[in-house]
Design a protein around this ligand. Structure first.
Ligand code: SF4
Length: 330
């Protein structure tokens, strides 16, 4: 009998009928939509093997023991078995486990926010040290309720990691600080190795899916990262991610790529949307591996230093490959 921990699982919930396929750029067949009454099946490329092992358990106990939140768990990331179990890495989520926004594709709890845990910066730094991470990735919920939108807590966390693990490369994936650029600058002044802010979707879908997000603010933030690194002459990668399958058309993704290159973003990640529950925005379309490959080529043609594109790709997937030194050697 197969080991129960190695069974094949399907991620997420059955998809809905894909959006119209009249995109200007189209590669390959769309994955067939299940007929009414038929058991819905995810495409084979979205199935992952559960590989729970000792390393996975160690990371899990460490996270639990230090009362930390990870986006790996909160976002029900399909790569958790690989990242925790094989690479012994995780993406820590700071500022609590409750978000003040309610994006329709996101599984992080949205509710009245919690009080900040003053021990969180030190606890995250302890986890990074005990896991001996060469590359630490930190993200956070949105805290629009705080006067500084959480920037001070970000700075404390980064400084605590630097103190305890001076050789660790630090990647941060931050909110937009509601366009308060003084708060952004406080975080920028910590001089991290990779600064990431996700675009998430195409401008047409912002209002419907992320009502408090503003596409122009996202681009301005990314532009400010670029200008900061030039002005301060620091090596810092800029990075963003777009989710595919929310209802956008491929030409719209290409237009977003053009916008991102205008502000010199270095790294783009593209991955398939999987709705966390039936209550979340439905999957509009499954992209095939060939389509992800085509999008990667389109991105590279436009000048990104790296495009990580694939069904299971998430912002922090194989993140260590995006520190400036690694990109220079590509
Ligand atoms: S890809 Fe990122 S969020 Fe997903 S398990 Fe890996 S580190 Fe966690």
């Amino acid at each position: 009998m197969a080991d129960a921990a190695q069974q094949l699982v399907q991620i997420g919930r059955p998809g809905k009928k894909p959006a119209s396929s009249d995109s200007l750029v189209q590669v390959g067949e769309q994955y067939p939509v299940p007929k009414k009454g038929e058991r819905a099946r995810r495409p084979p490329w979205l199935r992952v093997k559960v590989r729970k092992n000792q390393t996975f358990d160690e990371v899990s106990s460490l996270v639990e023991g230090l009362k930390l939140n990870t986006v790996c768990e909160e976002a029900r990331c399909p790569n958790i078995w690989e990242c925790w179990g094989q690479h012994r890495t995780a993406t820590f989520m700071i500022l609590g486990g409750v978000c003040t926004r309610a994006c329709r594709y996101c599984s992080v709890t949205s509710a009245r926010p919690e009080l900040l845990d003053p021990h969180e910066p030190e606890n995250v730094a302890e986890a990074v040290e005990r896991m001996q991470l060469a590359h630490a990735v930190i993200t956070s919920v949105d805290r629009d309720d705080l006067p500084d939108y959480g920037a001070g807590h970000w700075v404390e966390t980064i400084e605590a990691i630097k103190r305890r693990s001076p050789d660790t490369k630090i990647e941060i994936l931050t909110p937009d600080y509601m366009g308060d650029w003084d708060q952004l600058k406080r975080v920028l002044d910590t001089h991290v190795d990779v600064f990431s802010h996700n675009t998430e979707t195409v401008p047409r879908l912002y209002r419907r899916l992320r009502s408090k997000g503003v596409y122009e603010t996202c681009l301005e933030l990314l532009d400010r990262l670029d200008k900061y690194r030039v002005e301060h002459q620091i090596q810092m990668t800029t990075k963003t991610g777009v989710i595919c399958g929310l209802g956008e058309e491929i030409p719209e993704i290409l237009e977003v790529m053009d916008d991102l290159r205008k502000v010199n973003v270095d790294v783009l990640t593209l991955g398939q949307y999987l709705n966390p529950t039936k209550k979340h925005h439905p999957i509009a379309r499954f992209y095939t591996p060939e389509e992800f490959e085509m999008l990667k080529e389109e991105g590279l043609k436009r000048g990104f230093k790296s495009v990580v594109s694939g069904p299971l790709v998430r912002s922090s997937y194989h993140a260590h490959e995006h520190v400036p030194q690694a990109l220079d050697n590509k």
